[in-house]
Design a protein around this ligand. Structure first.
Ligand SMILES: [Zn+2]
Length: 93
C-alpha cells in the first residue's frame, strides 16, 4: 500500500514539476492546456493516494468527554468545539 501511495505522490511531483516548467514561460506566453493537464493529473493522483491511506486508528486519537455537553473532544482543548464552554484547566491559570 505504501509503495502505491509513494508511486502516486511521485506522479504528483512530476506533474508539479511540469507545471513549474510551464509557469516559467508564462510571463512570455501562457499556454493553458499543459498547465491544466498537469493540475488535473496531480489532483487525480492526490485523490487516489488519499484514498489508499488507512483510516485513522481510534486508539491514536485519544478523546475525552466535554464536562458540559459530553461530546468527545481533544484532551488538550481549552474550549469545547461543540458547546463552546471553557473546559477545566490546570490549577494556577
Ligand atoms: Zn461541550
Amino acid at each position: 500500500m505504501w509503495a502505491a501511495i509513494k508511486q502516486r505522490l511521485e506522479i504528483v511531483a512530476a506533474d508539479l514539476r511540469r507545471l513549474d516548467t510551464a509557469a516559467l514561460g508564462a510571463a512570455v506566453n501562457v499556454e493553458a492546456a499543459p498547465i491544466r493537464e498537469a493540475v488535473t493529473g496531480a489532483m487525480r493522483e492526490l485523490a487516489a493516494a488519499v484514498a489508499l491511506l488507512p483510516p485513522p486508528d481510534p486508539l491514536e486519537i485519544a478523546r475525552v468527554p466535554c464536562p458540559f455537553c459530553a461530546q468527545m473532544i481533544m484532551p488538550a482543548a481549552t474550549l469545547c468545539g461543540f458547546c463552546w464552554h471553557k473546559t477545566a484547566r490546570p490549577a494556577g491559570e
